[in-house]
Design a protein around this ligand. Sequence first.
Ligand code: ADP
Length: 252
Amino acid sequence: MIALGLDIGSVAAKGVLLDGERLFTCLLPTGWDPRGAGEALVAALLAEAGKCREEARVIVTGYGRVSFQGADRVVTEISCHAKGVAKLLPGTDTIVDIGGQDSKVIRISQSGKVIDFAMNDKCAAGTGRFLQVTAAALGLAVDELDNAEDRALEVEISSMCAVFAESEIIGLLASGVSKGGIIAGLHRSIGKRVATMARSLGVGGQIAFTGGVALNRGIQRALSEELGQPVQITEYCQFVGALGAAMLARTC
Ligand code: ADP
């Protein structure tokens, strides 16, 4: 059997296919159709691996997991992240995950079992949504932010709310503040917000940073400064949940 893990997120649908030692990944925008995005992931991964659906065991996670039909099991993102991180970054005891519409902190055991977690899914502060709204106000794409930051000119962004932060940015730009300094302030704001949540849970020895927002090196740096210790990342940071789901599919 081959193992397929799907993480159908609010912004991006991620898939991992494990076939022995072979690993395939695929990422598609979730758009308005989480079920369709999940099906497109399955088709793309099976085609790439040269396998058919009957050979695959499928576990699905993420906010769109309930809409996907035909999974062998549905598992929470928290459990899948714990499993994926234990594999990719062994020794981790705290995961900070920042996705499109929520941020979470998860304490795990060495075998990848969840010990405790905290989550912000009530407002956009400290999430990828905050980054998307504020990047748009600066006329940039989210993946352009980290190269454009200027830490020497960092300004404080006082609004935690994405809507107010957007207005604050427009005001700062109008008064001549540099884009680079504003971006450094945005990275700091997300780092501070999530570090506060992490500290409320008690930060452990080795911290892993996952989710799409972990691709931004400015936020990695701000988060590690706010926590007072390094945060580990992996090239698969956005695929951690899907990998964890695929690993669970191997054993179910
Ligand atoms: P979800 O599972 O909710 O879809 P992801 O973990 O896939 O979330 O992360 C999506 C978020 O990642 C988006 O909100 C986007 O802002 C952010 N993102 C994606 N690529 C980058 C990048 N290169 N730099 C910074 N942020 C990114």
